[in-house]
Design a binder for this molecule. Structure first.
Ligand code: ADP
Ligand code: NA
Length: 333
């Protein structure tokens, strides 16, 4: 079993990124290893440039994201961790597969329609073709499984279609068809100021999110000021249906303790937020403080991050080499 997964390097990482994305990788690393498999994790910097990114910011985000992944439990000795741009095979295979993928297939991708919106003529060719780069990212390593959220299912189907067409067109059995790896549903963490908006780095109010760099006092303050309502907590999750802010705080508590929101409510039923918030804040401090200090240590040592990414990319390039060579050979090149 070989799992391949990428994440875009973004800055200002927050609790939503941690519970919704980064922590899942650490969990996956542990469970796949238990089954004798291997994880290949990469920072999708070649995907990031499909829209304009400030170069200095992109570089800082690649390093910051790598530091955060390691701080959150990705072990670069057990998993392969690198950034795409350091392994030229990604771009090389993407070009080859661009010649296999059909315009019509890509035109039907709902993410392309969403991202390009009305400005299709002004979108980069890379934005249109980026699902082909995604296909290359996984086919290059003969990935057996790819973790996909609902929004990425269509792209995984496309990767399978591209692999099948290449294998058929050239009469080879080069590419493994990857299966979706269905994990537990990711928590979707909402803003602390508005329970109906996603917690996001783009929210202008810093009080709306818990950052992985927040100190203990900031965490406590943000939870204390988080928007709620005066009613006590009910004993059933269904009764929170129309209380989005309360729901969010219970969901965060549940995600942090790996429990269902229902079981959290069973423990805290009847409590008001005067009691529940301090318990949640304490839990957050326990989770964030060790991550924050590891993150600070890595951020102060960019050479260590560079060495980790260099080593990870060398391991990745070794695994990718025979598949890329096989593709050139199949093409007669
Ligand atoms: P942001 O919304 O802050 O810009 P990104 O879009 O850069 O975050 O997301 C990076 C990763 O973190 C993605 O996998 C995304 O699904 C996850 N993520 C971001 N915000 C949340 C959230 N509020 N809850 C759960 N997951 C999230
Ligand atoms: Na975003």
């Amino acid at each position: 079993m070989r799992v391949v997964s990428g994440i875009q390097p973004t800055g200002n990482l927050h609790l939503g990124n941690y519970l919704g994305a980064i922590r899942r990788w650490a969990t996956m690393q542990d469970s796949i290893e238990g089954e004798g498999g291997e994880c290949i994790f990469f920072l999708a910097d070649l995907h990031a440039i499909t829209v304009f990114n400030d170069p200095a910011e992109l570089r800082a985000n690649v390093n910051g994201m790598a530091a955060a992944l390691i701080a959150c439990g990705i072990d670069p000795d057990r998993s392969i961790l690198f950034n795409q741009a350091r392994v030229p095979a990604h771009a090389e295979l993407a070009w080859i597969l661009n010649c296999t993928a059909r315009m019509g297939w890509l035109g039907r991708m709902t993410q392309w329609k969403d991202k390009a919106g009305k400005n299709r003529e002004g979108a980069s060719v890379g934005l249109f073709a980026y699902p082909v780069l995604q296909a290359a990212d996984v086919l290059l390593y003969q990935a057996t499984h790819v973790p996909v959220g609902e929004d990425q299912k269509q792209h995984l189907e496309l990767a399978r279609d591209i692999a099948t067409k290449f294998n058929t067109d050239y009469g080879v059995e080069l590419f493994t068809l990857p299966e979706p790896h269905i994990g537990k549903d990711a928590a979707r963490i909402m803003s602390l100021r508005d329970g109906s908006a996603k917690m996001s780095k783009s929210d202008p109010s810093d009080m709306s999110r818990i950052n992985l760099t927040d100190d203990d006092d900031a965490i406590v303050q943000k939870i204390r000021k988080a928007k709620t309502d005066p009613a006590p907590l009910p004993d059933s999750w269904d009764e929170l249906a129309d209380r989005p802010e309360a729901r969010n705080l219970v969901a965060i508590y549940a995600a942090l303790t790996d429990r269902t929101p229902q079981s959290v409510l069973e423990d805290h039923a009847g409590q008001g937020f005067g009691a529940f918030k301090p318990a949640l804040a304490e839990l957050l401090v326990q989770t964030i403080a060790p991550i924050r200090s590891r993150l600070a240590a890595f951020s102060a040592d960019p050479a260590a991050i560079d060495a980790i990414l260099a080593k990870g990319s060398a391991r990745a390039a070794d695994i990718a080499a025979p598949t890329l060579a096989g593709a050139y050979q199949a093409l007669g090149l």
